[in-house]
Every structure is written in C-alpha cells, then in structure tokens.
Design a protein around this ligand. Structure first.
Ligand code: ZN
Length: 63
C-alpha cells in the first residue's frame, strides 16, 4: 500500500492517479488528496471533481 510522502496517509488509486496528473506522470512517491489540495491551493472538492472528469474522459490512471 502506497503512503503519502507528506502525512503518511494510505493512498487510494485515485489519489495516485491525481498526483501523476498534477505533478509528474513518472512519479514513484505520492501525496494524498489533502496534501495535493494544500500544495496546489485547490479545494479537495474541486480535486474530486477533477478525478471524476478524468475518469469520464477515459483516462487510464483512473480506471
Ligand atoms: Zn498527505
């Protein structure tokens, strides 16, 4: 199970996919949605909507 490099929270597949989208597709360490929210100054709700949008678009990271 992957863990957030900032706060140690267990990561979901969606969070890992989101990190790859926002930060770097080749990342091997990841942040949870909460830490990504703080890092990018984007509300968690907005990030969740973003995940749903990517999933709806058929992005492989969110299948
Ligand atoms: Zn975190």
């Amino acid at each position: 199970m992957e863990k957030c490099i900032r706060c140690g929270a267990s990561l979901t597949r969606d969070e890992i996919g989101l990190h790859k989208k926002l930060v770097n597709r080749g990342s091997t360490s990841f942040c949870c949605i909460q830490c990504l929210s703080e890092e990018f100054k984007i509300p968690v709700d907005e990030l969740r909507r973003l995940i749903e949008r990517y999933r709806a678009a058929g992005c492989m990271l969110f299948q």
